[in-house]
Write a protein that binds this ligand. Structure first.
Ligand code: NAD
Length: 301
């Protein structure tokens, strides 16, 4: 069992830390929010909080589960960064959903400091984090993945090695781009069907029996959209962030990706309208048509 440093005890990091602790790993934890650390220590009494930078020297592995690349870099790099306090050859694993091109550069920066780096973002949400059912996409050296395998197997049900550093983060963002596109396409099709007089439950049945079938049609429409519960557990703000990472990757690689940018615009509008904290399945309501071309022609006349 290893000594694991865990930074970020939010919605995801907290239950992931609990699973690692329950599996017998020694944890040292840190979070910008002191109350989150207190809550974690109260439930996991063998855990130690990080009191001073030298405490990081005891960690074999340091996991970050933080909001974005800006924060991951600010926590790890620089004179007061954890990488300069940790022991030589420490394995850093960024499990946040970060920016792939920046992750590639972060991996190189850490290697120059004599450290090792994997990016290992996850899919499966808070429930997946609680139950150890996450899908984990790993970028970096396979030898480092092998070393971290027992950690990943405690947290997830599938561990896929994608390629070099940053490729886990690329795969995660691209997966969510496809998922977000399917939500928008499915919701628009349902609303067009409704306008024509087709019951959305019936159209969903058709999609699920035909080539329009997707995770959205199978696991979101009836369960969270038509039921009005909107409780899949993944908010619009995080989806919009992941799409931005994917389109930023296309831009950074000099690719146009017009459909992806359109998709980004649709989710960004929902974010700008103040829906960032709401479940992403609420797009069924947010994208409900308010008027038609006919109405618009009359309004503009
Ligand atoms: P969260 O906002 O609930 O938690 C982030 C934690 O980081 C908070 O506890 C916060 O206090 C801490 N933090 C912020 N800045 C810090 C700093 N400078 N130093 C130390 N701690 C700091 O976020 P989350 O939902 O746990 O998501 C974490 C990551 O996982 C994100 O990158 C997110 O995109 C990704 N993710 C989330 C989900 C989900 O369903 N919530 C699913 C998959 C991936």
């Amino acid at each position: 069992m290893s000594t694991i440093g865990l930074i970020g005890l939010g919605n995801m990091g907290f239950p992931m830390g609990e699973r690692l602790s329950a599996a017998g790993h020694r944890l040292i934890v840190s979070d910008g929010d002191g109350a989150a650390v207190e809550r974690f220590l109260a439930r996991n009494p063998t855990t130690r909080p990080v009191a001073q930078p030298a405490d990081w020297r005891g960690a074999d592995v340091v996991i970050t589960m933080l909001p974005n690349s800006d924060i991951v870099e600010s926590v790890l790099l620089g004179i007061s960064g954890i990488a300069s306090a940790a022991s030589f050859n420490t394995l850093f694993i960024d499990m946040s959903s970060s920016d792939p091109l920046r992750s590639r550069a972060l991996g190189q920066a850490l290697e120059q400091q004599g450290m090792r780096y994997l990016d290992a973002p996850v899919s499966g949400g808070v429930k997946g984090a609680q139950n150890g059912n996450l899908a984990i996409m790993v970028g970096g050296r396979w030898q480092d993945l092998e070393e971290a395998k027992d950690i990943f197997e405690t947290l997830g049900k599938s561990v896929i090695h994608i390629g070099g550093a940053g490729s886990g983060h690329a795969a995660k963002a691209l997966n969510n781009l496809v998922s977000a596109s399917s939500v928008v396409a499915t919701v628009e099709a349902l609303h067009i069907g409704v306008r024509f007089g087709i019951d959305p439950a019936t159209l969903t049945e058709v999609l699920n029996a035909s080539s329009g079938r997707s995770n959205t049609s199978e696991n979101k429409v009836a369960q969270f959209m038509l039921s009005g519960t909107f409780g899949s557990g993944f908010p619009i703000g995080l989806m919009a962030k992941d799409i931005r990472i994917a389109t930023g990757l296309a831009d950074g690689l000099g690719l146009k990706a017009p459909f992806s940018h359109d998709c980004e615009g649709i989710w960004q509008s929902a974010l700008d309208a103040g829906h960032g904290g709401e479940d992403h399945t609420r797009m069924y309501e947010i994208l409900a048509p308010t008027n038609s071309f006919e109405d618009e022609r009359q309004i503009n006349a």
